[in-house]
Design a protein around this ligand. Structure first.
Ligand code: HEC
Length: 255
């Protein structure tokens, strides 16, 4: 140290003036911080955008909030990593591994790393059927033998707060999510319409009736949408192959 900081050098002198030294250190940190931070804010292309990725519909957004409120994200991740075994398990019906551009409208993101249950990033492609989700949420063990997932029967009883949706969309719009003014204003009726469609789907599949205002409809809309923005089965093969080049995978039996 003595070689760099002379006992009577400039640095020692500065250190002897606590106030001046504090001000200069703060300045240095501020300038350094801005240099690192500003490009991320100013350059819009810092994230590779994906054209097909759209903001949540009002009902899906409500479902996402229920998902967070119920703590689903404490057991389920939403990020398929670029490894062949992950793609074959979680993205077997398309979508490939997760990309940054998919989560541009996520506030907060729900990538997670804890997987007590399976990853759900591609759930809409794996299980598009509404009734399956209704039954599974009401009693997971009725669809998945021996499941340790807790039941959520109250979601079939409690009503969706449709009137609160405009405020939620407006907030997101202010933060930059490209919702049109019309969507923001009519959020409640757009959501009601989508909920009715799903309720009808459940009925047609032989499920319970009268669910059109229930929270379960929002959650199902959300689960059904997961991964569908990037569904491209052809892409998937390419993804799996390029991923297996990067990843440390065991010998591929098909080669
Ligand atoms: C205690 C951990 C835990 C919590 C909390 C939890 N899950 Fe699960 N989840 C699991 C497990 C384990 C499975 C696998 C067995 C099964 O299908 O039930 C699963 C399976 C699923 C599946 C089926 C995935 C597939 O394609 O096989 C969905 C969808 C799902 N959970 C959604 C949810 C939602 C929505 C919530 C919140 C309302 C939730 N989970 C809360 C543990 C959990």
């Amino acid at each position: 140290m003595g070689r760099f900081i002379k006992s009577n050098g400039m640095h020692r002198t500065l250190e002897g003036w606590p106030l001046v030294f504090t001000v200069l250190t703060t300045l240095a940190i501020l300038v350094g911080g801005l240099v690192e931070f500003l490009p991320l804010v100013l350059v819009n292309s810092a994230v590779d955008r994906i054209e097909t990725v759209e903001p949540w519909t009002p009902l899906e957004l409500e479902g996402r909030d229920i998902y967070i409120a119920e703590g689903c994200n404490t057991c389920h991740s939403q990020m398929v990593r670029p490894f062949r075994h992950e793609i074959e398990r979680y993205a077997r019906n398309g979508g490939g591994y997760s990309k940054a551009g998919e989560t541009v409208y996520e506030r907060p993101f729900l990538w997670g790393s804890k997987r007590t249950g399976p990853d759900l990033a591609r759930e809409g492609l794996l299980r598009p059927q509404a009734l399956w989700h209704v039954r599974h949420m009401e009693d997971p063990r009725s669809t998945s033998k021996g499941s340790i997932m807790p039941p959520y029967p109250h979601l079939l009883e409690k009503d969706i707060d449709f009137d609160g949706l405009t405020a939620k969309l407006r907030t997101l719009k202010q933060l930059g999510t490209p919702y049109s003014e019309e969507t923001v204003k009519n959020a409640a009726s757009i959501a009601r319409e989508q909920a009715q469609t799903i309720a009808k789907e459940v009925e047609e599949q032989g499920g319970p009736t009268g669910l059109e205002n229930k929270k379960i409809m929002a959650l199902v809309a959300y689960l059904q949408s997961l991964g569908t923005d990037v569904a491209d089965p052809e892409d998937d093969v390419a993804n799996a192959e390029s991923a297996s080049d990067d990843a440390d995978v065991t010998a591929d039996a098909s080669r």
